[in-house]
Design a protein around this ligand. Structure first.
Ligand SMILES: *[C@@H]1O[C@H](CO)[C@@H](O)[C@H](O)[C@H]1NC(C)=O
Length: 373
């Protein structure tokens, strides 16, 4: 009996073990099946998407850059003659239909600021660059220094007269960019107070109409946050929330060439020709203010550039440089000295720090503009 009993028990144990094994096999089989099914599904949707894309491409006859499903880029017919002098030049220096554009006048020659800026272009091998020269002197300087230049002598908008050279020039830049996006070229607009440390075209996403640098200095201020708002007089509904982020900087952004960006540039140009206004405020209003009633915004899609790749000078001088070495992000792509008045000195220091490896190049500068900050 005892033996029988024990074999009986061991049989039960055996059966239990077998059941467990079968159950495990069943579960594994189920998982494998699900994984395979999902793979098949993803592959099918991908090939459907590809089919759809190629249909759009052939029917529209337009060129799509990689990763841009919704780009609707303005087409350039390279077999037809160029439509104007600018296009003749762009076809030569930027056949990929993307150009890094900086607007400059002779003020930027003083003290060598334009030279420091264009040295960044040379160091990083940005061939598809163009200085839009607003006077002969600037154009000549560029030609003497192996920099692509195009002369465009524009009259300062009457509405901006008396705002000082820099703001007046800034107000004209949307009209200038319009000439590029209108004929099929995407523009990476760059102010000249920017240290270029890597080729920016290797660090764009190209999945949005506008891809812009932010004035935000951490994840919350740059990428967006929901904030609370309290109105105790409302009692039961005293709490509400709103969305906020810092403005995009109008001195460094990438715009695609399509109907929406042409519309955006048109609106900004028209507006700033009539109104005395800071171009950066107008830039953000046109991009972010919501359509409502009879007002329809340009409805461009927007991406904020990574705060550690396309870095502003507040982020660098107030935060990054003070971190322990292991906590510092890798070398940025571009650093915009937008937050500080001693632009050229800080630009040079940024090059010393990131390019020449001088660990102490940034040490002597205060965090803000005032000593000890
Ligand atoms: C491009 O231009 C050529 C020459 O003018 C013309 O024959 C051709 O039809 C054009 N192609 C398209 C797609 O417009």
């Amino acid at each position: 009996m005892a033996t029988d009993d024990s074999t009986g028990k061991s049989k039960i144990v055996e059966a239990k073990a077998r059941n467990k094994g079968l159950l495990a096999l069943f579960v594994i089989g189920l998982c494998v099946g699900m994984v395979i099914a999902e793979k098949l599904y993803v592959q099918r949707s991908r090939s459907q998407l590809r089919r759809k894309l190629s249909v759009t491409q052939t029917s529209a006859g337009s060129m799509y850059l990689p990763g841009s499903v919704k780009s609707e880029q303005i087409n350039v017919n390279f077999s037809a003659p160029a439509r104007n002098d600018l296009e003749v030049l762009l076809r030569k220096i930027a056949p990929q239909q993307e150009i890094l554009l900086a607007v400059a006048n002779k003020n930027t020659l003083w003290g060598g600021m334009l030279e420091t800026f264009t040295n960044g272009l040379k160091d990083t091998g940005v061939q598809n660059h163009l200085i839009l020269a607003l006077d002969e002197e600037t154009k000549k300087w560029c030609e003497d220094h192996g920099i692509n230049a195009f002369l465009l002598s524009l009259e300062v908008h009457k509405a901006q007269a008396g705002t000082g050279d820099n703001h007046a020039v800034s107000a004209m830049k949307f009209g200038i960019i319009k000439r590029f996006v209108d004929i099929g070229w995407a523009v990476l607009l760059s102010d000249v107070d920017i240290a270029i440390l890597q080729n920016p075209f290797q660090h764009l996403y190209r999945d949005s109409d506008v891809e812009g640098m932010t004035d935000g200095f951490d994840e919350q201020t740059a990428y967006g946050a929901i904030e609370g708002f309290e109105d105790p007089s409302m009692g039961w509904a005293r709490f509400a929330q709103y969305y906020k982020h810092f403005n995009l900087n109008s001195g460094l952004f990438y715009v695609k060439s399509n109907k929406r960006t042409v519309d955006l540039m048109n609106r900004l140009d028209t507006r700033l020709s009539k109104q005395k206004y800071w171009d950066q405020t107008a830039w953000n209003e046109e991009i972010f203010f919501l359509s409502h009633g009879s007002y329809k915004s340009p409805q461009v899609s927007v991406r904020v550039m990574d705060i550690d790749q396309f870095m502003n000078s507040k982020r660098l001088f107030k935060d990054i440089r003070k971190r322990a070495k292991a906590q510092r992000p890798p070398k940025p792509v571009m650093v915009h000295v937008n937050y500080h008045p001693d632009k050229h000195e800080r630009m040079r220091a940024v090059f010393k720090y990131y390019k020449d490896g001088d660990e102490h190049a940034l040490d002597s500068f205060p965090g803000g503009s005032e000593p000890g900050s």
